[in-house]
Design a protein around this ligand. Structure first.
Ligand code: THU
Length: 131
């Protein structure tokens, strides 16, 4: 078997650290910046359920904190079959940094791929605020 790609490996490692005692749905995400750096995140749930943060947003926050805002690809690893795609809030959150990014959802048996622009057409973005 070919070596697993570094981005998928980073998302898997993050998934193993998910804090999901309520849903028991473990998610790992990894973003590849244009400069090659990788930023990972896992979902972090809370006893006050609505405070939960998705893996993708944790990864994006980590990237922005490190000064990375231009991304090539994001991988989301779940145990769902077919693999879980990013929720609407995460689509919008990632779209802040561009909708050309490749989105890859990896599950136990299959991988699904899209451009973010396909998952979130007619994005609300800063252009709307400028008019
Ligand atoms: N979750 C994510 O981490 N990313 C998504 O895009 C969808 C949902 C998390 C939130 C919650 O901890 C669990 O999955 C079940 O909704």
């Amino acid at each position: 078997m070919a070596a697993e790609d570094a981005l998928v490996a980073a998302a898997r490692a993050a998934q193993s650290r998910a804090h999901a005692p309520y849903s028991k749905y473990h998610v790992g995400a990894a973003l590849e910046a244009e400069d090659g750096r990788i930023f990972a995140g896992c979902n972090v749930e809370n006893a006050s359920y609505g405070l939960t943060i998705c893996a993708e947003r944790v990864a994006a926050g980590s990237a922005v904190t490190a000064g990375a805002k231009r991304f090539r690809r994001v991988v989301i690893v779940t145990d769902s079959d077919p693999p879980g795609s990013p929720c609407g809030a995460c689509r919008q959150f990632l779209a802040e940094f561009g909708t050309d990014i490749e989105v890859e959802a990896v599950g136990p048996r299959a991988t699904r791929r899209w451009r973010l622009s396909e998952l979130l057409p007619a994005t609300f973005d800063k252009e709307a605020l400028d008019t």
